[in-house]
Design a protein around this ligand. Structure first.
Ligand SMILES: *Cc1c(COP(=O)(O)O)cnc(C)c1O
Length: 386
């Protein structure tokens, strides 16, 4: 299936929708039925057909089909947020007494799920340096059920060798979940390498317009049907038809947006890497990244996120740099039109100063769809002021 077919046609039954070019928004909480028998039949396959919108909705279903095709999995489920998708995936694998191995510094709410929330239910987690796949194997205990990956991770952009970790999971008969929000299915298809479940924050590149929060979980039909009947329907973290529609609209331009950031981001990274006031770059596609070779092998093209550390005497200088940028918004997230920065010093408080997870001079960047010359000029003037 080519990408344009998936994006423009797959799941869009135009003949049923007055040949509308854009997909319709079925803003309805449920479907009704012409007879008892029709209702009975629909209820029996609730995970596949629109019956009640907490389960299925015709608009959301279009997105579901497209995401499964993009990740090359049998099925997908769409959630209200990436975190809802991650929580459902993880909860579907573990029960009291089980153990999870995860790379260090995953997305902050994944970290809280694994290390705080699940502890309450007797599930433990070991966080490892995932840049060495053997660390996953070393951390496995008799009660380990799950290996969690997020490659690259979201502030320091450390990679895990997907193939090597999948091999370990197979050897010990463990489930793997991979957060693919950084790379998108255009650049990395973990299920084709053997990862069991792939999760996304659709809020980022997939939706791509800073206007909708959403999540995706892709995997095998049998596994997702089980999740549908338990975590999905009981916790009910489902997306609204309108937000699903916004993500469908976002997907239409995903390939050209990814192409744009692949062209402009390396230019900006190169500018920053050679600037005397930048001490370190964290970008998988820069030769200074310790896993540069793995990045090129595992991901198709560069993406728009990276971090830098500034050569600054104190946190005030970092703040001054951030405040002086005009073309970069101070905001979380990535994947839309606007270039963004997320300075790690916003995580610093007087209480956690010593234990904060990142160096205070670290700033995460997302390069949006603007002209690179304008962004570089802006960086230049802000760097001149520290
Ligand atoms: C944003 C993000 C999430 C969480 O997604 P939400 O849609 O905000 O719930 C999970 N993983 C990664 C890597 C993210 O960047």
């Amino acid at each position: 299936m080519d990408i344009s077919y998936i994006i423009n046609e797959l799941g869009e039954e135009r003949e049923n929708y007055l040949y509308s070019v854009a997909p319709p928004i079925f803003q309805t909480a449920m479907s009704c039925f012409p007879s008892v028998e029709a209702m009975r039949q629909s209820l029996a396959k609730e995970s596949e057909t629109p019956f009640y919108t907490r389960g299925n909705n015709a608009t959301t279903d279009i997105l579901r089909k497209k995401m499964a095709a993009l990740e090359e999995t049998e099925d997908a489920l769409i959630f209200a947020s990436g975190s809802a998708a991650i929580a459902a995936a993880v909860l579907s694998v573990v029960e009291t007494g089980d153990h999870i191995v995860c790379m260090q510094k995953p997305y902050s709410w994944t970290n809280k799920l694994l290390n705080l929330w699940l502890k309450r239910f007797g599930v433990s987690a070991t966080m490892i340096d995932g840049t060495k796949p053997e660390n996953y194997e070393k951390a496995i205990q008799p009660n380990t059920k799950l290996l969690f990956l997020e490659t690259p991770n979201s502030f320091t952009f450390e990679l895990q060798d997907i193939e090597a970790v999948v091999k370990i999971a197979r050897k010990y008969n463990l489930t793997t979940i991979l957060d693919n929000s950084y790379a998108t299915p255009l650049n990395q298809k973990p299920a084709t390498i053997g990862v069991d479940m792939v999760v996304h924050s659709a809020t980022k590149y997939l939706a791509g317009h800073s206007d909708a929060v959403g999540g995706v979980l892709c995997g095998k039909k049998v596994h997702l049907k089980k999740i549908f009947e338990s975590e999905f329907m009981t916790i009910g973290g489902i997306i609204s038809p309108f937000n699903a529609w916004l993500i469908l609209r976002g997907l239409r331009t995903l390939p050209i947006r990814m192409q744009r950031v692949a062209e402009t981001t390396p230019k900006i990274v190169n500018f920053l890497a050679s600037h005397p006031k930048v001490s370190k770059i964290y970008y998988p596609f820069h030769p200074s990244h310790p896993q540069f070779e793995l990045a090129k092998k595992q991901m198709k093209a560069p993406t728009g996120q990276f971090s830098i550390e500034l050569k600054a005497d104190n946190m005030q200088a970092v703040e001054r740099f951030c405040n002086n940028l005009r073309r970069f918004l101070l905001a979380a997230s990535w994947g839309s039109y606007e270039s963004l920065i997320f300075p790690a010093c916003t995580l610093y408080t007087s209480e956690n100063y010593a234990s904060a997870p990142f160096h205070w001079s670290l700033i995460r960047f997302y390069i949006g769809l603007e002209e690179s010359d304008a962004l570089i000029a802006d960086l230049e003037q802000a760097l001149a002021q520290i």
